[in-house]
Design a protein around this ligand. Structure first.
Ligand SMILES: Nc1ncnc2c1ncn2[C@@H]1O[C@H](COP(=O)(O)OP(=O)(O)OP(=O)(O)O)[C@@H](O)[C@H]1O
Length: 581
């Protein structure tokens, strides 16, 4: 029971924001319309049920006039039912897409926002495969919540309507067995109730493992897909290393897990289908078995009443067995709800991590420098990594950061960029300062070369002529003519060319602080020297901080800082001061 209550609370938490959002009126009106249509369709069922009594009685009595009239009545009810059915589906689909659109943009906002996606990965990847959650799960959640909600509404209202009908019909057909009057008031209703409770309990018992199995299936499928994408993304490396055999093995292993779980689903589904099908078949004859003896004994009861009883019994039992027939959808729905809940919790945890006052946080600096008054950068597991005390990157100064591999240079940059929360202390940055981090392998979005170079700026922010000049300046004149070409640039260009593009990006954006994390390491020394000279010439006021292992880099930096071992961590130390080039 607690389980159901907590699932419903979670559903409410996930579903309700849409109906309070800026799109709330469209959502509420559409929801109101589909609810109204659902209620009207129950009314149509009741009208058809009453019609059946009149129609079959007319057939039994060979009453031609009533037969003709009832044929017309049926046409009218059927026409209204068809119209309701069409609009029920149409408005439902309309509501689904609006709801999904709102949820998708909300999740995109929360996930791809302020490095949250990155922090979520750092926090042990608590919500695996966010792509699956934002695509399949949102779609399923919206569709299934509506289907189940409306199904439940239909079941409750049908139940109330047909219980009244069945109760009345119970009196019409007194239950007698071996000449003894066994009629309990509304006995047909009680019989339907017992029958449905029996069905629900057995279904729950047989089908409960399906919830976990469905949850796993979605996760394993997404894992398999993710691994396929990784092969595609890293196809060059795999081909060079001749890693196809290993990859195939890994992929088949992942797919093997999909198949193994699927066998579990198949065997459970077989059992539950055997039961639900038998249950459905038994439901056809059960009301006749109950009411039949009384019908044959009675002189007054008409065939129409028996048919109406059978249908009303079916409706009551259908409504009561809502959970039996919707079991599979309910199981999938609970798995979907659990995944979206996990995703929302992971988003919230990552946001909390960023706002945690005990973690590394940003503060506005008093002067124009980036100051690290007392910073301790740690690993996610709490192990200290790098410490900085009363350290600053002074405006306009060019600093080279060196140190052993794995000492924490890149992680220090991440902390300065505000995306690494693990540790303590503040990073003081001048208000509204522009920072740019260039990694060893710059990210180039798929699209036109113009878009890739100006990223993360808008295409319109820089004129084509300007972009062309910068590309020529960084040594890529052959690309200057291909600005409009669309491609997967990370795959197409050599790492050295990609690094030149990174520098071009920095020249265009001209940030106040430029951090280069081995951003020219794939270039030959003369090319690297030429790019550094270009940076000095074009960005004379920019504070440049480079990480690099080459000694030749020292010539382009005024200050040299090294990470030196200091007990259980590394510390930043000024070491050599060389003249600027
Ligand atoms: N997300 C992470 N989770 C756990 N440990 C991490 C994570 N990112 C980095 N580390 C660890 O932090 C340490 C420092 O890594 P970092 O990349 O900052 O080193 P670096 O000094 O830049 O090394 P290199 O010179 O080889 O690039 C490494 O031991 C690395 O394994």
């Amino acid at each position: 029971m607690n389980n159901i209550r907590s699932t419903l609370a979670t559903v409410w938490r996930i579903a309700s924001p849409f109906f309070k959002s800026e799109d709330k009126w469209a959502g509420r009106v559409l929801l109101g319309a589909v609810v109204a249509i659902e209620l009207s369709s129950v009314l149509m069922d009741v009208l058809i049920n009453q019609w059946r009594n009149r129609f079959y009685t007319a057939l039994q009595n060979k009453d031609w006039d009533t037969f003709k009239r009832e044929m017309l009545v049926f046409c009218a009810i059927a026409a209204v039912s068809v119209a309701l059915g069409v609009y029920q589906l149409y408005l439902n689909q309309w509501l689904q897409i609006r709801w999904r659109k709102w949820m998708t943009s909300k999740y995109l906002r929360d996930w791809v926002h302020d490095a949250n996606h990155y922090r979520m990965q750092l926090a042990n990847d608590a919500a695996d495969n966010p792509d699956q959650r934002i695509t399949d799960d949102v779609k399923l959640f919206v569709a299934q919540t509506l289907a189940l909600g409306l199904g439940l509404l239909n079941a409750v209202v049908s139940l109330a309507s047909f219980v009244i009908i069945l109760w009345g019909l119970s009196e019409l057909l007194p239950l007698t067995l071996f000449g003894i009057d066994l009629s309990i008031p509304g006995y047909l209703v009680w019989a339907a109730l017992v029958y449905a409770i029996f069905g629900t309990m057995l279904t729950q018992w047989i089908g409960s493992p399906l919830v976990g199995l469905d949850f796993n299936q979605q996760r394993l499928e997404a894992d398999f897909r993710f691994n396929l994408v990784r092969v595609r993304e890293n196809s060059e490396q795999i081909a060079l290393l001749k890693g196809e055999g290993a990859e195939r093995g890994r992929l088949l292993d992942r797919f093997g897990r999909v198949v193994a779980n699927w066998y579990g689903i198949m065997s459970r589904t077989k059992r539950i289908t055997a039961f639900t099908q038998s249950y459905a078949q038994a439901s056809v004859v059960f009301p006749f078995a109950l009411a039949g003896p009384a019908y044959f004994v009675s002189k007054t009861v008409q065939l129409g009443s028996l048919i109406q009883i059978a249908e009303a019994f079916g409706k009551v039992q259908d409504s009561l067995s809502f959970f039996v027939s919707a079991y599979r959808t309910l199981a999938e729905w609970r798995a979907t709800v659990a995944r979206l809940d996990g995703f929302e919790n992971a988003i919230a945890a990552a946001e909390k991590l960023a706002d945690d006052p005990a973690a590394i946080h940003e503060k506005p600096a008093a002067g124009g420098e980036i100051a690290l008054p007392q910073l301790l950068v740690k690993l996610p597991n709490g192990t200290p990594l790098v410490a900085a005390e009363h350290f600053s990157f002074r405006p306009g100064e060019r600093t080279l950061v060196t140190g052993p591999s794995g000492a924490g240079k890149s992680t220090l940059f991440r902390a300065v960029a505000g995306i690494w929360p693990f540790g303590s202390g503040a990073v003081e940055i001048p208000a509204n300062a522009s920072l740019m981090m260039l990694p060893q392998r710059p990210y180039l979005p798929i699209g036109s070369l113009h878009d890739a170079v100006v990223y993360p700026g808008e295409a319109t922010q820089f004129e084509a002529g300007r972009v062309r000049d910068v590309l020529t300046a960084v040594g890529l004149p052959q690309l200057a003519a291909r600005l409009e070409e669309e491609a997967h640039w990370n795959r197409m260009l050599s790492l050295g060319e990609q690094q030149r593009l990174g520098i071009a990006r920095a020249l265009l954006h001209a940030p106040q602080f430029l951090f280069l994390d081995e951003a020219t390491a794939s270039l030959d020394e003369p090319s690297e020297a030429a790019l550094y000279r270009l940076i000095t010439e074009k960005l004379p006021d920019t504070t440049v901080v480079s990480i690099g292992h080459r000694s030749t880099l020292g010539a382009f930096h005024e200050r040299n800082v090294t990470l030196v071992r200091d007990g259980d961590r590394f510390s930043l130390r000024d070491t050599v001061k060389v003249a600027a080039s």
